[in-house]
Design a protein around this ligand. Structure first.
Ligand SMILES: Nc1nc2c(ncn2[C@@H]2O[C@H](COP(=O)(O)OP(=O)(O)O)[C@@H](O)[C@H]2O)c(=O)[nH]1
Ligand SMILES: [Mg+2]
Length: 205
């Protein structure tokens, strides 16, 4: 199997979709950003993931400075490759400090957009994503190139909009999407697996 072109020093990472892979030791590292409006369910996703059974080895606590969270994980090996997944969460509009932005966005391999399914959240979600689309190129992120998935969270809520309405309003680019209720741990694993699979396929290509 041929695994993607970047080997060696982590400083060589491009700020696009290309994951860091060490072929000799068969380790692949993915940096995945969970982006979403405040209250969409990013922390709930991470908490559900921490309690999950599909992780490999010990799971550290979530590191949570003021504007973002960080959770480094090991997933079960795929095709003999050890998958290290570094999850970050942030609400794009909340992070204004350029040093924090640099830390968060540098070397990002994939993005999970966490979207609150409720009618009351749609306007906030649109604002967040429209401003992130504008901001992304300045952060070195090409939304045309980088793998992205959407998670429609809070599907359990009585005011959650139907899926076809959300798709029409919030997914003009046709990103893969997952329905979830992070509070009840539903759809969380599927979302993480969905983005990780896309990244692994790219590394293999
Ligand atoms: N009903 C419901 N509430 C949720 C769900 N996911 C998150 N929440 C709640 O929504 C609030 C905000 O979630 P949180 O994960 O802190 O949002 P964050 O700001 O994106 O990190 C919390 O009270 C969560 O318990 C869900 O799937 N269903
Ligand atoms: Mg949070």
């Amino acid at each position: 199997m041929s695994i993607g072109p970047i080997e060696g020093d982590n400083n060589n990472r491009k700020n696009t979709w290309m994951a860091f892979t060490n072929i000799d030791s068969q380790q692949t590292y993915f940096k995945i950003l969970y982006l979403g409006a405040t209250g969409a369910g990013k922390t709930e996703n991470l908490q559900a993931i921490r309690r999950a059974t599909y992780l490999h080895g010990e799971v550290p606590p979530i590191v949570s400075p003021f504007f973002f969270e960080f959770l480094p994980l090991r997933l079960d090996p795929v095709e003999n490759f050890f998958l290290h997944v570094h999850l970050f969460t942030c609400s794009p509009l909340a992070v204004r400090d350029s040093t924090v932005q640099e830390t968060l966005y540098r070397g990002v391999d994939g993005i999970v957009f966490i979207m609150d399914s409720r009618l009351s959240a749609v306007e906030d979600t649109l604002n967040i994503y429209e401003s992130f689309e504008l901001q992304a190129p300045q952060l070195g992120i090409s939304l045309q190139e980088i793998p992205c998935v959407i998670q429609y969270n809070k599907r359990d809520d009585a005011t959650a909009l139907p899926l076809d309405v959300l798709q029409k309003e919030l997914n003009p680019h046709g990103y893969p999407h997952f329905e979830a209720s992070a509070l009840h741990h539903r759809g969380v694993k599927e979302t993480l697996t969905g983005i990780t699979k896309q990244l692994f396929l790219r590394v293999k290509a």
